[in-house]
Write a protein that binds this ligand. Structure first.
Ligand code: IPM
Ligand code: MG
Length: 360
């Protein structure tokens, strides 16, 4: 029995969560999986109900689960100067609280999507890259950090810091991921300027010795950003720190033509994971029934693969999403002004395709 904690969060979160739940129910009913589903509050929804974007009860439930499925957090009405009450703070505390240091962000071209990219379709042939982003260290969490006064002027301070063990464990994640793919890792840093990057490059190089079957290269982050939009198919796995990974993964998402199709996984040492779509809570779309549930459903696929060791079920879910795209079904974000289906219709189509793949 695997325990899954579901966190619908804000904006379109609850709507896309409902479709992911249908997929999980189908896997239990027709796929023979044993899952126990629980639900809790996070983000603005948790601020409204309990005055805290990550209530202690939610963090405890996350600790107790094998995997956490999160939709999205945030909406303009929750923007406040009090950082502790922002929905994003709930997400960051959840990442840190569970020790989810390895963030896997695949960017794959799905059927029929090349035209939606801002790059020429021929640049995207075979695009299949995985960004492995360090998620619990670096500039996001480094101390000291402050908004302060200094010599009568306002000063903002953050610190980019990595200890060698933080670098080596994310390097292991990247090399191991590459062993299941095309066996190439590109490490991204700013070693020409930053000491923290100099250490990063050294440690990644040391860990590489343990993976002689994987080819390692290094790029400075500015060049990496340029290469990503110039020749994106040269990459297999890219490994990088928290801030650089935040930026590069948005570029990679745009390459695929739809951020509405990208899932992500964040794993800790116990392979507990947090699974979430790369897209945000899209508050403008909330309640319209038009949100795209596919990235959320693909996040279920990643959860099956990485935390629940259910590769066949993961293949079935990912296959079902490909099936509906090949059938030509599009939510509004993918439809390019053409005919679009709503959130629930898209979810139902995935269930039909999934049942076919599960042989029921
Ligand atoms: C992401 C987001 C978050 C981040 C924000 C919402 C805190 O941009 O998951 O990439 O910067 O990590
Ligand atoms: Mg980001």
């Amino acid at each position: 029995m695997s325990r899954i904690l579901i966190l619908p969060g804000d904006g379109i979160g609850p709507e896309i969560t409902a479709e992911a739940r249908k997929v999980l129910d189908c896997l239990v009913r027709d796929g023979g999986l044993e899952l126990e589903l629980d639900e809790a509050l996070v983000g603005g929804a948790a601020v409204d109900a309990q005055g805290d974007p990550l209530p202690a009860s939610t963090l405890q439930a996350a600790h107790d689960a094998d995997a956490v499925l999160l939709a999205a957090v945030g909406a303009p009405r929750y923007d406040t100067p009090d950082r502790a009450l922002r929905p994003e703070t709930g997400l960051l505390r959840l990442r840190k609280g569970l020790g989810l240091y390895a963030n896997l962000r695949p960017a794959t071209l799905m059927p029929g999507m090349a035209h939606a990219s801002s790059l020429k379709p021929e640049k995207l042939e075979g695009l299949d890259l995985l960004i492995v982003r360090e998620l619990t260290g670096g500039l996001y969490f480094g101390e000291p950090r402050a908004l302060a006064e200094h010599d009568g002027r306002r000063r903002g301070v953050n610190t980019m810091v990595y200890d060698e063990d933080e670098i080596s464990r994310i390097a292991h994640s990247a090399f191991q991921a590459a062993q299941l793919r095309s066996r190439r890792v590109c490490s991204v840093d700013k070693a020409n300027v930053l000491e923290v990057s100099e250490l990063w490059r050294t440690v990644v190089g040391e860990i590489a010795q343990e993976y002689p079957d994987v080819e390692l290269s290094h790029l400075y982050v500015d060049n990496a950003a340029m290469q990503l939009v110039a020749e994106p198919t040269q990459f297999d796995v890219m490994v990088t720190g928290n801030l650089f990974g935040d930026i590069l993964s948005d570029i990679a998402a745009q390459l695929t033509g739809s951020i509405g199709l990208l899932p992500s996984a964040s794993l800790n040492e116990k392979r507990q994971g947090l699974y979430e779509p790369v897209h945000g809570s899209a508050p403008d779309l909330a309640g319209t029934g038009q949100a795209n549930p596919l990235a959320m459903i693909l996040s279920v696929g990643m959860m099956l693969r990485y935390s629940l060791q259910q590769a066949d079920a993961a293949d079935a879910v990912e296959g079902a999403v490909r099936d509906v795209l090949e059938q030509g079904l599009r939510t509004a974000d993918l439809a390019d002004g053409g005919e679009a289906v709503g959130t629930v219709q898209m979810g139902d189509a995935v269930i039909d395709a999934l049942k076919g793949r599960l042989g029921s």
